[in-house]
Design a protein around this ligand. Structure first.
Ligand SMILES: Cc1cc2nc3c(=O)[nH]c(=O)nc-3n(C[C@H](O)[C@H](O)[C@H](O)COP(=O)(O)OP(=O)(O)OC[C@H]3O[C@@H](n4cnc5c(N)ncnc54)[C@H](O)[C@@H]3O)c2cc1C
Length: 235
């Protein structure tokens, strides 16, 4: 969708193939939400890059050496966390925070950093073949809480967003709830007070910074990542 106009309560959504008319719009564009998509969403999300790798199938000896006792998902307690699991077919999947900007994301250093982190956690896997790797944006809300809501009752706009990198399972439920809201069946849904409120703006200082100094937000994030790294590794 490349443009959005609303006239007399009808939404006109421009796409490369034509214009779609809609009485209501449900937005689920996650970390890919552009700042210009709609004023209701401007500055409501802070997209962050995440990357992930998957190794070849581990041998029974490697699984034993890594002390894997479960296929459950695991996360460490760092600020810049790693999240990982032994997959059903015996591969290790591990992910973490990645580059700061989309331009930097494809650089191999970020994949390599994750590989090194994996070796550090699981020395028995040093040199193991990595079969898959990918990266993408996750949509972090300013209070880290997701939302499934019609933020303004006067506008037929709904959204489900702000999953903060935990949306694979959650988004399926959120989608059902979003569909029920759009179909006018919201009254029959169990109440979720926080999830039903609008995505918050950043606090006043952040808001001023993000409105006036949007290009510098990533500098702030870069500084924070260095600080978090220090806290995780040194302090
Ligand atoms: C590397 C990585 C690892 C992850 N690991 C996990 C994990 O282990 N567990 C977990 O729960 N979550 C994980 N996540 C997060 C998870 O992928 C997201 O939370 C989830 O995909 C969000 O789903 P969504 O449908 O809301 O948005 P997305 O899957 O991000 O989809 C948004 C869609 O909107 C489209 N879009 C954007 N703008 C427009 C427009 N203007 N017009 C039309 N379409 C548009 C995009 O093309 C995209 O297809 C990971 C994410 C990444 C990047």
């Amino acid at each position: 969708m490349t443009g959005w106009e609303t006239r007399n309560g009808v939404h006109y959504l421009r796409t490369p193939g034509g214009i779609v008319r809609a009485r209501a719009v449900g937005v689920a564009t996650g970390g890919y939400t552009s700042q210009s998509l709609h004023p209701q969403l401007k500055n409501r999300l802070f997209p962050i890059l995440s990357n992930s790798i998957v190794t070849r199938v581990l041998t029974p000896a490697e699984i034993e050496a890594c002390n894997f006792r479960t296929h459950q998902v695991i996360t460490d307690t760092r600020i810049l966390r790693h999240y990982y699991r032994l997959m059903p077919d015996g591969r290790l999947q591990i992910g973490s925070r990645s580059a700061i900007t989309g331009n930097d994301a494809p650089q191999d250093q970020y994949r390599q950093k994750l590989v090194e982190d994996m070796y550090r956690k699981f020395p028995a896997l040093r040199g193991i073949q990595v079969d898959y790797s990918w990266w993408g944006w996750v949509d972090v809300s300013h209070d880290m809480m997701p939302r499934i809501t019609q933020p303004d009752p006067a506008q037929s706009i709904y959204y489900a967003m702000g999953y903060g990198g935990n949306g694979v399972m959650y988004s399926a439920q959120a989608g059902k709830r979003l569909a029920a809201l759009i179909a006018g069946k919201g009254a029959s849904l169990p109440p979720l007070p926080i999830f039903g409120s609008a995505l918050p703006f950043p606090n006043v200082r952040e808001m001023v910074e993000s409105q006036m100094f949007a290009p510098f937000r990533r500098f702030g994030q870069r500084f924070l990542y260095h600080w978090y790294h220090l806290k995780d590794e040194v302090i």
